[in-house]
Design a protein around this ligand. Structure first.
Ligand SMILES: Cc1cc2nc3c(=O)[nH]c(=O)nc-3n(C[C@H](O)[C@H](O)[C@H](O)COP(=O)(O)OP(=O)(O)OC[C@H]3O[C@@H](n4cnc5c(N)ncnc54)[C@H](O)[C@@H]3O)c2cc1C
Length: 503
């Protein structure tokens, strides 16, 4: 029996060891562009100090600029790899009209614009050298009649915590500090997705400030093109989300589990898990982690929407095929506590389960730290053969500090048509993430990803943004790429929202 299981610590094992910035592939948008731009006549334009002052004066929120005491904290993302990027200003918008002001400022003065919620972009695309528009102050969470209204800057642990007070929740990811915007706009895989769908599947509406500064409500009847694209098309492409309305589900007692096998059983456990996890009853979600970080480890983590005894009966089926685990932790608990545990905050309060600091989105007592990592992804549309499983295990066994995370899909995720939302991977069995720390991380991720391509093919998850990915348009969006490009052309013809992998 193990104590204090910690899914987040699993991802955090690399601490803050810095990776070489150049090892991350393409630089962040704006990292090579100047602060000023050129208008259509070729004239150089750009904001003067007076323009920045006017922007600050016009906002209910705050603009932080180089030289301000909090500038170095305000400009940082979750991944310290991008710490060298120095925005000209970071605007903490307090409301949608602040957002419209910032969008107008960027458009008029040709300032590169980066939108930020939780700051977890794998590619660093929520910062740049121009204006960073941060939505963290808009983080209110409320609930009524089966619907949650969630401000675009809410962090996941706060969403879980505030909705738990009403006995409800929404399907979302495991990382406490991820922002609801980046997650939901790109899809949102979570520990109840097999029962309730992706985060984007329960999105009833989203309010967006578009490139022309309008505040639009997008749902099945109004601005349906933007609504469709906002459910899996990826953040930073079509406008600035300021709030979401999500369908909620009841949040009762659940059972969490963490099982381990010795490395010598890795291939057998992997083959057993992939036959079990994606086809288990919808109430059971699981992920497999194969890691080498100091030692090697095979772990299955998961959550069952029900009691311990029923959960254990399902776990027995996995053990029948995989062999008995060498250790196991199975505990029935409240939904809220389960989300803290999955976030690696099992022994912390909600206030502690944040990044420390006094900026919006942080708490003074926050105990979580940032993480230097590099990652790549696949989406597995068919199970790995014996040879494929052996190849994956061999990649993990190579020297380094890394984990391959397989997150089960199927269930409710698979009951949505691939073209019903912009998220196309409805028939995938599980997502695959190659997540590495410290020296050699980027090389390991590249090599492992390339070695597994013959087995997994070319599908990838847009929320595990990979600036090096060839054929990214099809890999992220499949057949939905064409419709996304048409919506982009109609809604942002001037490409104010410009990402290196922009739709
Ligand atoms: C430790 C860790 C754990 C994770 N766990 C999960 C998981 O369990 N499930 C899962 O599906 N994903 C997971 N992810 C991936 C996560 O979903 C993406 O990194 C997501 O894009 C992060 O959103 P953010 O708001 O925190 O990041 P940001 O960097 O702020 O934003 C990500 C992208 O969205 C854009 N964006 C941000 N806010 C807005 C807005 N208001 N309007 C429009 N565009 C916006 C940004 O410009 C950027 O391009 C994890 C990531 C990490 C680092």
């Amino acid at each position: 029996m193990r104590t204090a299981p910690d899914r987040r610590a699993f991802l955090r094992t690399g601490g803050l060891a810095a990776l070489a910035l150049g090892a991350q592939g393409a630089p962040a948008l704006g990292a090579t562009a100047g602060m000023t731009g050129r208008d259509t006549t070729g004239a150089v334009s750009g904001p003067r100090p007076a323009d920045w002052r006017a922007l600050a004066d016009g906002l209910a929120g705050k603009v932080i600029r180089p030289g301000d005491a909090s500038y170095d904290s305000a400009r940082r993302l979750f991944n310290p790899t991008f710490d060298a990027v120095r925005p000209a200003g970071v605007a903490y918008c307090a409301n949608p009209s602040d957002v419209a002001e910032c969008v107008g400022f960027a458009r008029r003065l040709n300032v590169p614009l980066a939108v930020r919620s939780g700051g977890h972009s794998y590619a660093g695309w929520s910062t740049g050298t121009g204006l960073v528009l941060d939505v963290s102050r808009m983080s209110k969470v409320s609930h009524a009649a089966g619907r949650a209204r969630v401000g675009a800057g809410a962090k996941l642990i706060d969403v879980y915590d505030r909705l738990a007070a009403s006995g409800v929740s929404i399907p979302a990811g495991t990382c406490a500090t991820v922002g609801v915007s980046g997650l939901a706009l790109g899809g949102g895989i979570g520990v109840v997705s097999r029962k309730y769908g992706l985060t984007c599947d329960v999105m009833e509406s989203v309010q967006l400030v578009t490139a022309d500064g309008q505040l639009l409500t997008c749902d099945a009847n109004r601005n349906a093109d933007l609504y469709w694209a906002s459910r899996g098309g990826g953040g930073g492409n079509l406008g600035v989300a300021v709030s979401f309305e999500f369908r909620t589900h009841p949040a009762r007692e659940v059972t969490v589990f963490f099982l381990h096998w010795p490395w010598s059983k890795a291939v057998r456990a992997l083959r057993a898990w992939q036959a079990w996890g994606p086809s288990a009853p919808d109430a059971l979600w699981s992920g497999m982690h194969l890691s080498r970080d100091g030692g090697t480890d095979v772990q299955v983590v998961g959550l069952y929407l029900g009691g311990r005894a029923d959960c254990e009966r399902l776990l027995d089926r996995l053990a029948d095929a995989a062999g008995s685990p060498s250790s196991s932790y199975v505990r029935q608990t409240s939904y809220r506590q389960a989300m803290l545990t999955m976030a690696g905050c099992g022994s912390l309060s909600v206030a502690q389960c944040h990044l420390g600091g006094s900026l919006p989105g942080q708490t003074r007592g926050g105990r979580l730290s940032r993480d230097t990592f590099t990652a790549k992804s696949h989406m597995a549309y068919r199970p790995l053969s014996e040879a494929g499983a052996g190849a994956l295990v061999a990649q993990v066994a190579r020297p380094g500090n890394h984990t391959v995370l397989l997150d089960a899909l199927g269930g409710a995720v698979a009951r949505v048509r691939p073209d019903a939302t912009a998220f196309p991977h409805r028939t995938a069995l599980y997502s695959v993430q190659y997540y590495a720390h410290r020296a050699g991380a980027a090389t390991w991720a590249r090599t492992a990803h390339a070695a597994m391509r013959p087995h997994f093919g070319d599908h990838a998850y847009v929320n595990y943004t990979d600036p090096e990915l060839g054929g990214w348009r099809t890999a992220y969006y499949g057949a939905n790429a064409t419709r996304l490009a048409q919506i982009k052309a109609a809604r942002d013809p001037g490409r104010l929202f410009r990402l290196p992998q922009g739709i």
